[in-house]
Write a protein that binds this ligand. Structure first.
Ligand SMILES: *[C@@H]1O[C@H](CO)[C@@H](O)[C@H](O)[C@H]1NC(C)=O
Ligand SMILES: *[C@@H]1O[C@H](CO)[C@@H](O)[C@H](O)[C@H]1NC(C)=O
Ligand SMILES: *[C@@H]1O[C@H](CO)[C@@H](O)[C@H](O)[C@H]1NC(C)=O
Ligand SMILES: *[C@@H]1O[C@H](CO)[C@@H](O)[C@H](O)[C@H]1NC(C)=O
Ligand SMILES: *[C@@H]1O[C@H](CO)[C@@H](O)[C@H](O)[C@H]1NC(C)=O
Length: 408
């Protein structure tokens, strides 16, 4: 009888018993701040800053070069090569430097004939490029979607699959990050990658989209969409249920520390990227980032939500939310003593009180509530639960309160 109950319980909650599944990747990428203007000096100093600031210790281990590292032509054997003025020591030496700092290194290419800056893309060269990256001891590939339109012969699915296959046969384990902008809805087909972008590029703005940005997941934007933080969160209403370990929907780089958002906006941004299980890739300049933004990016309890063993994203709870005023999201946790997390965002009201009936939180086992401590993460405040509601006082405009339910 006891055994039967246990088995049913495990089946009902499939992820909760698993040990160390893949976690959303954490690191830094050069694009948002530096675009194509990157070089060896910048990459080395950024790697060093990741270590010196404590970001590396907090989990940000990937140092990712985006577009701009390449020369405009392949070498005489058809291999991609770095721009020798900007990367005079070459890629293997740079990878060695990054590895010696205890970090891992990422590179960028494209599934088309050209990439987005008209450097040579990998179309038709997938095997050779994967082998080249492996020979340089590269750990991570971001693979973009430009310059493929001229190819016209293969669908995006086939082009991205080809590189995945080539990486798998390269002899090195290389993290495969698809940057396909959410076109053709990769949450339905990109499970062979480790993560896939769900939309066009993020914009360093909390609520102001570039013109023409569509609001839902099932509409198309090209690469340079200019999606604000709030719109990116909006798109995840339809996609949170697709999140799973080893196949993460990517909400694009973090804009925390780029100087366009205030404290509450940055906290909201980081809370949602973590709880929605997006990759956490810093887009700010880590050589000059403020202490305030660093403290946000290094909040251990928020990072623990991202890296939780269950790997289950929070879901939007429409019955507890009011469009353009309050959003409530919730979902299970399964690391250590943590069991549940709630995010409550005020995105339209003056400072307000948010009352959340606990009965409205799907997946929360209310018969265990007496055993739980409720902790408001950003405030470091502990509630001893009593009653049927979670009551959050004084939620400021653009603030998200994050409450973790843990066993005592
Ligand atoms: C390297 O790139 C950074 C960022 O774009 C730039 O400020 C710096 O001048 C460059 N350094 C060299 C040696 O080119
Ligand atoms: C290297 O980059 C510089 C700009 O920093 C550019 O002028 C030069 O043409 C590039 N060299 C190659 C071989 O692509
Ligand atoms: C590459 O290998 C991984 C891990 O075994 C697998 O999940 C993925 O589907 C493979 N990719 C391709 C394109 O076959
Ligand atoms: C809240 O965010 C909106 C959208 O970006 C902005 O217009 C407004 O000024 C922000 N208010 C505060 C108090 O942060
Ligand atoms: C809720 O928790 C109680 C007490 O720990 C347990 O007996 C029950 O099976 C749980 N219910 C679900 C649906 O997990």
């Amino acid at each position: 009888m006891f055994v039967t109950t246990l088995v049913v319980g495990l089946l009902a909650v499939p992820c909760l018993g698993s040990v160390n599944p893949a976690k959303p990747q954490m690191g830094w990428n050069s694009w948002n701040t530096f675009k194509s203007n990157i070089n060896e000096t910048l990459i080395k100093s950024s790697a060093k800053s990741l270590v010196d600031t404590g970001l590396a210790q907090a989990g940000y281990k990937y140092v990712n070069l985006d577009d701009g590292w390449q020369a405009f032509t392949r070498d005489s054997s058809g291999r991609q090569q770095p721009n020798s003025t900007r990367f005079p020591s070459g890629m293997k030496a740079l990878a060695d430097f990054v590895h010696h700092m205890g970090l891992e290194i990422g590179i960028y290419s494209d599934s088309g004939i050209y990439d987005c800056a008209f450097y040579p893309g990998s179309y038709g060269y997938e095997e050779r490029d994967a082998a080249t990256y492996a020979s340089w001891t590269i750990d991570y590939l971001k693979f973009d979607n430009c310059g493929s339109f001229q190819a016209g012969t293969l669908s995006p699915q086939e082009r991205f699959l080809r590189m995945g296959d080539a990486l798998n046969r390269s002899g090195r384990s290389i993290f495969y990050s698809l940057c396909q902008w959410g076109n053709q809805f990769p949450w339905h087909w990109a499970s062979f990658s480790d993560s896939y972008r769900i939309s066009g590029d993020i914009k360093s703005a909390f609520g102001e989209d570039s013109s023409g940005v569509c609001q839902s997941a099932y509409c198309l934007n090209t690469g340079y969409a200019g999606v604000s933080v709030l719109t990116m969160i909006r798109k995840m209403r339809e996609l949170s249920r697709f999140q799973r370990p080893g196949s993460w929907g990517d909400m694009d780089m973090l804009e925390v520390g780029t100087g366009t958002m205030n404290l509450h906006q940055e906290q909201t941004h980081f809370s949602f990227w973590a709880a929605l299980k997006s990759p956490l890739i810093i887009g700010a300049d880590v050589n000059t980032i403020s202490k305030v933004s660093l403290n946000i990016l290094m909040n251990k309890e928020i990072i623990a939500i991202s890296q939780d063993d269950a790997g289950v994203a929070v879901n939007y709870l429409p019955d507890l939310s009011t469009e353009h005023k309050v959003q409530v999201w919730g979902g299970p946790l399964a690391s250590g003593k943590s069991r549940y997390v709630v995010l409550a965002l005020n995105y339209g009201l003056d400072t307000t009180k948010i009352t959340i009936p606990l009965i409205g939180l799907p997946g929360l086992n209310r018969s265990n509530l007496a055993k739980y401590t409720l902790r408001e993460v950003w405030a470091g405040k502990v509630y001893h639960h009593g009653g049927d509601n979670l009551v959050l006082e004084n939620v400021a405009l653009n603030q998200t309160k994050v409450v973790v339910f843990s066993e005592r």
